[in-house]
Design a protein around this ligand. Structure first.
Ligand SMILES: *[C@@H]1O[C@H](CO)[C@@H](O)[C@H](O)[C@H]1NC(C)=O
Ligand SMILES: *[C@@H]1O[C@H](CO)[C@@H](O)[C@H](O)[C@H]1NC(C)=O
Ligand SMILES: *[C@@H]1O[C@H](CO)[C@@H](O)[C@H](O)[C@H]1NC(C)=O
Ligand SMILES: *[C@@H]1O[C@H](CO)[C@@H](O)[C@H](O)[C@H]1NC(C)=O
Ligand SMILES: *[C@@H]1O[C@H](CO)[C@@H](O)[C@H](O)[C@H]1NC(C)=O
Ligand SMILES: *[C@@H]1O[C@H](CO)[C@@H](O)[C@H](O)[C@H]1NC(C)=O
Ligand SMILES: *[C@@H]1O[C@H](CO)[C@@H](O)[C@H](O)[C@H]1NC(C)=O
Ligand SMILES: *[C@@H]1O[C@H](CO)[C@@H](O)[C@H](O)[C@H]1NC(C)=O
Length: 324
């Protein structure tokens, strides 16, 4: 009986410490690349398995279950919204193999900036028939063959930036991300997109042929990330504020944007590191971690309480029989 109580306390303590750990947003997540699905489950309670508890098998499962929900294979979640036909005007003739490297700026063997993840823009537009339609423009997870990537690890005013341009001359689109540093933390200081509204994607659009300029705020949380760390977000992030213009005129139709499987580093100083440096997860991931773990712990605690009640009851009963 004492053993059982000890086990129950150990379990609750382990649950508490797991949740506590997940709460600390700045806990660096030990460098596992996002593709690796084999995240090691927390080993805190493996050894405290008393012999009597063979009837309590849900315990290890409930602790590992959140891990698996946290690592939705970025490939599958981001693959869906990438309709290739909408991004390229005439792509049918060019099935060029997609490179699998990341958007990065590397100087002096230091990859100061690296970005991976799908950036999607949903742009409502007015057609010549006075209808409203929605066009989808995507910056794919990995650079395409025609992507041109420029940028600097040492810009003026202590900024770093990366520019990605794609599409043919005179009809190109671009995304430019600027980063700032304050003390030992970096943050995204500006995210700007210039999208060419090609007449295929924006079929019959009254603005087709113009360029749509967007200033996007994704409300990154945490707002800043320690130097030598990356920002990693399995959860989808939607823009919280977009300022849209064509030429000098405000764009009146609705524009939205989301980031999926986004992983960003800037102001990295660790040299010779081709992978992302150890990451800090976005708050959305932390929340999605904590809820299933808390539910799992609550269920495990319930099982243990019921078991104790049952054993206590049985002991009382057998004691009663003996006294009779
Ligand atoms: C960085 O980009 C270059 C091309 O610009 C590419 O050759 C290289 O593989 C990329 N590095 C990583 C780690 O993705
Ligand atoms: C980068 O690494 C290569 C190979 O290790 C080396 O030859 C080169 O000098 C390095 N460049 C700088 C600027 O450190
Ligand atoms: C405008 O776009 C939003 C999504 O961004 C969509 O929900 C809405 O239906 C669109 N409006 C029209 C009139 O199509
Ligand atoms: C377009 O439709 C809106 C209502 O949906 C209407 O107010 C507007 O006058 C129409 N414009 C034209 C040019 O037909
Ligand atoms: C950064 O750029 C400034 C001038 O723009 C230069 O003086 C400085 O040496 C550069 N730093 C590095 C690390 O390249
Ligand atoms: C464009 O408009 C024409 C008529 O104005 C219509 O026949 C055609 O189906 C429209 N195309 C699309 C893709 O909506
Ligand atoms: C959205 O961004 C614009 C310009 O960046 C700013 O003026 C405006 O106040 C922002 N709106 C909200 C709701 O944050
Ligand atoms: C970042 O890493 C570089 C190279 O390992 C190191 O020199 C630098 O001190 C680190 N900076 C911080 C703030 O940890």
């Amino acid at each position: 009986m004492a053993k059982l109580f000890a086990f129950a306390f150990a379990l609750l303590f382990a649950c508490g410490s797991v949740i506590g750990q997940e709460d600390t947003t700045l806990e660096p997540d030990t460098t596992l690349p996002p593709e690796a699905p084999t995240t090691v489950p927390p080993t805190t309670e493996a050894p405290t398995e008393p012999p009597a508890t063979t009837t309590v098998p849900p315990e290890p499962e409930t602790t590992t279950a959140p891990e698996t929900t946290v690592t939705p294979e970025p490939e599958t979640t981001t693959a869906a919204p990438v309709p290739d036909t909408t991004t390229a005007p005439a792509p049918v003739t060019t099935p060029a193999p997609e490179p699998n490297y990341n958007y990065n700026i590397t100087e002096n063997n230091v990859t100061c900036i690296m970005i991976e993840g799908a950036v999607t823009f949903l742009v409502n537009y007015t057609t010549v028939n006075n209808e409203t339609k929605t066009a989808t423009v995507v910056l794919p997870k990995h650079p395409k063959a025609d992507s041109v990537i420029t940028g600097t690890c040492n810009g003026t005013d202590g900024q770093e930036e990366i520019d990605v341009t794609w599409g043919s001359a005179g009809q190109s689109s671009s995304v430019k991300v600027e980063f700032g540093i304050k003390g030992d933390s970096w943050s995204v200081s500006s995210f700007v997109a210039n999208l060419f509204m090609d007449p295929v994607t924006f079929a019959n659009g009254t603005d087709a042929g113009k360029t749509l300029s967007l200033v996007v705020d994704y409300g990154f949380s945490p707002l800043s990330v320690p130097v030598n760390h990356s920002f990693n977000c399995h959860s989808s992030l939607s823009a919280v504020n977009i300022t849209a213009t064509t030429g000098d005129a405000p764009y009146t139709q609705r524009v939205s944007s989301k980031l999926e499987g986004i992983h960003i580093q800037a102001f990295n100083m660790v040299p010779y590191e081709p992978d992302f440096v150890s990451s800090v997860h976005c708050s959305a991931d932390e929340i999605s971690d904590v809820v299933p773990i808390a539910v799992g712990c609550a269920l495990a605690a319930l099982v243990v309480i019921v078991l104790i009640a049952y054993l206590v009851g049985r002991r009382r009963r057998s004691a009663a029989y003996q006294s009779v």
